[in-house]
Design a protein around this ligand. Structure first.
Ligand SMILES: [Mn+2]
Length: 314
């Protein structure tokens, strides 16, 4: 009998992150998936690696997020001195420096002009390193996640299906979504979108459209640039990515859309411009971080009044 591989898998909490988790769960018999985000990944990974718990595992995967220098050194030493194998796979340009380590694969593109995603890179890894059986359904699912995550669904393909997949992910929530995709991958469901999914997606579409229409009326331009960026502010407690993208697209002057959620005391930043790094912006001003195109931070009352002062006074 073949020995069962025991794996731990840290992955992002968005569609792409869950995509990695879904195919990991499909491939491995015994994998514990932990969903993290760019803000807490270092804490979670270091906590785990330094606990006695880590020794129970054969493999540790980290996908669609990256670790800091300190954790990179810890991983390097564990890979060198123990039986645990740690592998990191990411597609964010901010993590390219990790390629100096043999256990990290960071690729922004699969090939020139074809952007990579965590899910497609992880699938590629499973096929090459783990001889994962070829499956059309796996390819279909991973490609749909990739198109969504890279915005190629809109910018290149004008294909609404990846967007619908992301909507479904939010409606179902991570756990139910993974179960649903797993039934599709196991050929128990005939498609990803069946009658049931089509109905909930239609209802959700109507709800999002109404929400965005309402938020458009509350969009405010900051009267002078901050760090050379033109900001627009909107208050919203959901659909941040969609709101950020739609508003940035409608007004070319906007460099950054700041989506403020006072209930949670959080602010999200979105941009569609390659020249803008909202991750750095969030780190600098809001004790936050994230990716170049999507980031977030926290705001307390003092920060809010300072922010409003900069934004609306001379
Ligand atoms: Mn991703």
């Amino acid at each position: 009998m073949a020995e069962i591989i025991k794996a731990k898998h840290f992955t992002d909490s968005d569609l792409d992150g869950y995509g990695c988790g879904t195919i990991s769960d499909f491939h491995f018999d015994d994998v514990d998936i932990v969903n993290v985000n760019p803000y807490n990944v270092d804490e979670k990974v270091s906590e785990f690696l330094q606990s006695g718990d880590a020794a129970q595992y054969d493999y540790v995967f980290i996908t669609d997020v990256s670790v800091n220098e300190e954790n990179a050194k810890l991983i390097e030493s564990i890979n060198e001195h123990t039986d645990i194998r740690i592998v990191l796979i990411d597609h964010h340009a901010t993590a390219l420096w990790l390629n100096k380590y043999p256990w990290a694969t960071v690729k922004v593109e699969h090939e020139p002009g074809k952007l990579a995603s965590g899910t497609t890179l992880f699938l590629e890894y499973l096929k090459t390193e783990w001889a994962m059986k070829k499956s059309t359904r796996l390819e279909v699912f991973a490609e749909m996640v990739r198109k969504y995550d890279t915005w190629e669904w809109e910018n290149v393909y004008k294909d609404i299906q990846p967007k619908r997949l992301n909507d479904l992910f939010y409606i179902y929530g991570g756990k139910r979504f993974m179960q649903h995709i797993s039934l599709y991958l196991k050929r128990i469901l005939s498609g990803i979108f069946n009658e049931e999914e089509n109905l909930v997606l239609e209802l959700e579409r109507e709800r999002i459209d109404a929400y965005i229409k309402q938020k458009r009326r509350g969009l405010v331009m900051v009267h002078r640039p901050i760090d050379g960026y033109n900001l627009a502010i909107v208050h919203a407690d959901k659909y941040h990515s969609e709101i950020g993208h739609v508003f940035a697209k409608e007004n070319e002057e906007i460099d950054i859309v700041a989506i403020v959620d006072m209930n949670q005391q959080k602010v999200s930043f979105r941009t569609i411009k390659d020249s803008v790094d909202v991750g750095a912006f969030a780190r600098k001003y809001y004790n936050g971080g994230g990716h170049a195109a999507a980031s977030g931070g926290t705001i307390n009352h003092l920060a809010v009044s300072n922010f409003l002062k900069v934004a609306f006074e001379g």
